[in-house]
Design a protein around this ligand. Structure first.
Ligand SMILES: [Mg+2]
Length: 194
Protein backbone atom coordinates (compact mmCIF):
# COMPACT_ATOMS: atom_id res chain seq x y z
CA UNK A 1 0.00 0.00 0.00
CA UNK A 2 1.13 3.53 -0.79
CA UNK A 3 2.90 5.16 2.16
CA UNK A 4 0.53 8.15 2.20
CA UNK A 5 -2.50 5.91 2.26
CA UNK A 6 -1.02 3.93 5.16
CA UNK A 7 -0.29 7.15 7.07
CA UNK A 8 -3.80 8.46 6.39
CA UNK A 9 -5.36 5.18 7.43
CA UNK A 10 -3.37 5.12 10.65
CA UNK A 11 -4.28 8.73 11.33
CA UNK A 12 -7.97 7.97 10.92
CA UNK A 13 -7.73 5.54 13.85
CA UNK A 14 -6.26 8.13 16.18
CA UNK A 15 -8.32 9.12 19.18
CA UNK A 16 -9.46 12.70 19.75
CA UNK A 17 -11.18 12.33 23.11
CA UNK A 18 -10.03 10.24 26.06
CA UNK A 19 -12.15 9.50 29.09
CA UNK A 20 -10.32 8.68 32.29
CA UNK A 21 -11.81 6.81 35.18
CA UNK A 22 -10.57 8.02 38.60
CA UNK A 23 -10.02 5.47 41.41
CA UNK A 24 -7.67 2.70 40.33
CA UNK A 25 -6.93 4.51 37.06
CA UNK A 26 -5.53 7.97 37.86
CA UNK A 27 -4.82 7.26 41.52
CA UNK A 28 -4.77 4.20 43.73
CA UNK A 29 -4.11 3.31 47.40
CA UNK A 30 -0.40 3.55 48.27
CA UNK A 31 -0.57 0.23 50.07
CA UNK A 32 -2.34 -2.01 47.55
CA UNK A 33 -1.68 -0.21 44.22
CA UNK A 34 -3.17 -2.24 41.33
CA UNK A 35 -3.52 -5.35 43.46
CA UNK A 36 -7.02 -5.02 44.84
CA UNK A 37 -10.27 -3.09 44.74
CA UNK A 38 -9.13 0.54 45.03
CA UNK A 39 -12.06 1.88 47.03
CA UNK A 40 -11.34 0.06 50.32
CA UNK A 41 -9.55 3.22 51.39
CA UNK A 42 -12.88 5.07 51.78
CA UNK A 43 -14.23 2.44 54.20
CA UNK A 44 -11.26 1.29 56.25
CA UNK A 45 -11.28 2.77 59.79
CA UNK A 46 -7.63 3.75 59.48
CA UNK A 47 -7.92 5.59 56.17
CA UNK A 48 -11.50 6.74 55.65
CA UNK A 49 -11.17 10.07 57.52
CA UNK A 50 -8.26 11.24 55.44
CA UNK A 51 -8.18 9.15 52.24
CA UNK A 52 -6.13 11.59 50.15
CA UNK A 53 -2.92 11.05 52.10
CA UNK A 54 -3.26 7.31 51.55
CA UNK A 55 -3.61 7.70 47.78
CA UNK A 56 -1.00 8.32 45.14
CA UNK A 57 -1.06 8.88 41.38
CA UNK A 58 -0.63 5.73 39.30
CA UNK A 59 2.56 5.49 37.20
CA UNK A 60 3.06 7.94 34.33
CA UNK A 61 -0.16 9.93 34.89
CA UNK A 62 1.32 13.43 34.76
CA UNK A 63 3.63 12.85 31.79
CA UNK A 64 0.84 11.16 29.83
CA UNK A 65 -1.72 13.90 30.50
CA UNK A 66 0.84 16.54 29.58
CA UNK A 67 1.63 14.75 26.32
CA UNK A 68 -2.08 14.50 25.44
CA UNK A 69 -2.42 18.27 25.93
CA UNK A 70 0.51 18.82 23.57
CA UNK A 71 -1.13 16.52 21.00
CA UNK A 72 -4.42 18.39 21.28
CA UNK A 73 -6.34 15.35 22.50
CA UNK A 74 -9.36 16.24 24.65
CA UNK A 75 -9.44 14.69 28.10
CA UNK A 76 -12.47 14.12 30.32
CA UNK A 77 -12.43 12.71 33.83
CA UNK A 78 -15.51 10.55 34.19
CA UNK A 79 -16.13 8.73 37.43
CA UNK A 80 -19.15 7.00 38.84
CA UNK A 81 -19.64 8.08 42.43
CA UNK A 82 -22.24 7.42 45.11
CA UNK A 83 -23.06 11.12 45.54
CA UNK A 84 -25.27 13.68 43.84
CA UNK A 85 -23.57 15.15 40.78
CA UNK A 86 -22.66 18.57 42.27
CA UNK A 87 -20.99 16.98 45.31
CA UNK A 88 -19.19 14.37 43.21
CA UNK A 89 -17.91 16.97 40.73
CA UNK A 90 -16.64 19.07 43.65
CA UNK A 91 -14.82 16.09 45.18
CA UNK A 92 -13.26 15.11 41.87
CA UNK A 93 -12.13 18.71 41.27
CA UNK A 94 -10.55 18.87 44.75
CA UNK A 95 -8.76 15.58 44.20
CA UNK A 96 -7.32 16.53 40.82
CA UNK A 97 -6.13 19.84 42.31
CA UNK A 98 -4.53 18.01 45.24
CA UNK A 99 -2.61 15.81 42.78
CA UNK A 100 -1.70 18.74 40.52
CA UNK A 101 -3.51 17.37 37.45
CA UNK A 102 -6.64 19.57 37.33
CA UNK A 103 -5.14 21.75 34.58
CA UNK A 104 -4.86 18.79 32.21
CA UNK A 105 -8.58 18.07 32.01
CA UNK A 106 -11.01 19.70 29.60
CA UNK A 107 -13.96 18.49 31.64
CA UNK A 108 -14.81 16.71 34.86
CA UNK A 109 -18.04 14.76 34.74
CA UNK A 110 -19.20 12.68 37.67
CA UNK A 111 -21.86 10.10 37.00
CA UNK A 112 -24.16 8.61 39.50
CA UNK A 113 -25.84 5.23 39.69
CA UNK A 114 -27.05 2.52 42.01
CA UNK A 115 -30.12 1.72 44.01
CA UNK A 116 -29.77 4.78 46.22
CA UNK A 117 -29.54 7.17 43.29
CA UNK A 118 -32.72 9.22 43.01
CA UNK A 119 -31.80 10.17 39.43
CA UNK A 120 -29.68 7.38 37.97
CA UNK A 121 -26.99 8.70 35.66
CA UNK A 122 -24.80 5.71 34.75
CA UNK A 123 -21.40 6.07 33.17
CA UNK A 124 -22.45 4.97 29.67
CA UNK A 125 -25.18 7.63 29.53
CA UNK A 126 -22.70 10.26 30.77
CA UNK A 127 -20.16 9.21 28.11
CA UNK A 128 -22.74 9.52 25.33
CA UNK A 129 -23.73 12.99 26.58
CA UNK A 130 -20.10 14.22 26.55
CA UNK A 131 -19.43 12.77 23.08
CA UNK A 132 -22.54 14.47 21.74
CA UNK A 133 -21.73 17.83 23.38
CA UNK A 134 -18.18 17.74 22.05
CA UNK A 135 -19.26 16.51 18.60
CA UNK A 136 -16.73 13.68 18.55
CA UNK A 137 -17.49 10.50 16.57
CA UNK A 138 -17.61 7.39 18.76
CA UNK A 139 -14.76 5.87 16.78
CA UNK A 140 -12.49 8.72 17.95
CA UNK A 141 -13.25 8.27 21.65
CA UNK A 142 -11.54 5.97 24.11
CA UNK A 143 -12.14 5.16 27.75
CA UNK A 144 -9.29 4.20 30.04
CA UNK A 145 -10.35 2.44 33.21
CA UNK A 146 -9.59 -0.28 35.68
CA UNK A 147 -12.96 -1.93 36.21
CA UNK A 148 -14.43 -4.59 33.96
CA UNK A 149 -17.93 -3.81 35.18
CA UNK A 150 -17.89 -0.02 35.49
CA UNK A 151 -15.48 0.85 32.69
CA UNK A 152 -15.18 -1.91 30.12
CA UNK A 153 -18.89 -2.75 30.03
CA UNK A 154 -19.89 0.95 30.07
CA UNK A 155 -17.66 1.64 27.06
CA UNK A 156 -18.92 -1.45 25.27
CA UNK A 157 -22.56 -0.43 25.94
CA UNK A 158 -22.06 2.90 24.24
CA UNK A 159 -19.86 1.62 21.45
CA UNK A 160 -16.50 3.20 22.21
CA UNK A 161 -13.10 1.57 22.65
CA UNK A 162 -11.76 0.80 26.10
CA UNK A 163 -8.30 0.16 27.44
CA UNK A 164 -8.39 -1.69 30.71
CA UNK A 165 -5.52 -1.30 33.14
CA UNK A 166 -4.32 -4.67 34.37
CA UNK A 167 -5.65 -4.32 37.89
CA UNK A 168 -7.83 -5.97 40.56
CA UNK A 169 -5.29 -8.75 40.86
CA UNK A 170 -6.05 -11.18 43.70
CA UNK A 171 -9.80 -10.54 43.45
CA UNK A 172 -12.33 -12.85 41.89
CA UNK A 173 -13.13 -10.22 39.22
CA UNK A 174 -9.68 -10.76 37.77
CA UNK A 175 -10.90 -13.72 35.72
CA UNK A 176 -13.14 -11.29 33.77
CA UNK A 177 -10.15 -9.04 33.10
CA UNK A 178 -8.20 -11.75 31.48
CA UNK A 179 -10.90 -12.05 28.81
CA UNK A 180 -10.36 -8.42 27.70
CA UNK A 181 -7.87 -8.12 24.85
CA UNK A 182 -6.95 -4.45 25.08
CA UNK A 183 -5.18 -4.28 28.41
CA UNK A 184 -2.38 -1.96 29.45
CA UNK A 185 0.06 -2.08 32.34
CA UNK A 186 -0.19 1.64 33.12
CA UNK A 187 -1.65 4.83 31.69
CA UNK A 188 1.48 5.67 29.71
CA UNK A 189 0.77 2.83 27.28
CA UNK A 190 -2.35 4.61 26.02
CA UNK A 191 -0.10 6.94 24.02
CA UNK A 192 0.20 4.14 21.47
CA UNK A 193 -3.48 4.66 20.68
CA UNK A 194 -3.57 8.42 20.05
MG1 LIG B 1 -11.93 2.71 38.84
Amino acid sequence: MNKNIVAKKQKSHKKKLIFFDADGTLWYPKRTKYNGRPWWIYFDDKTKDNPLVHLTLTPRVKTTLKKLKELGVQTVLIAQMPYPKYKANKLLTEKTKYFGIFKYFDQIRASHAGIRASEPDPKDIAILEVIKDRKIPKSKALLVGDSYKFDYLAAKNCGIDCLLIDSFKHTKEYSEYKRVKKRIKNIGELLDYV
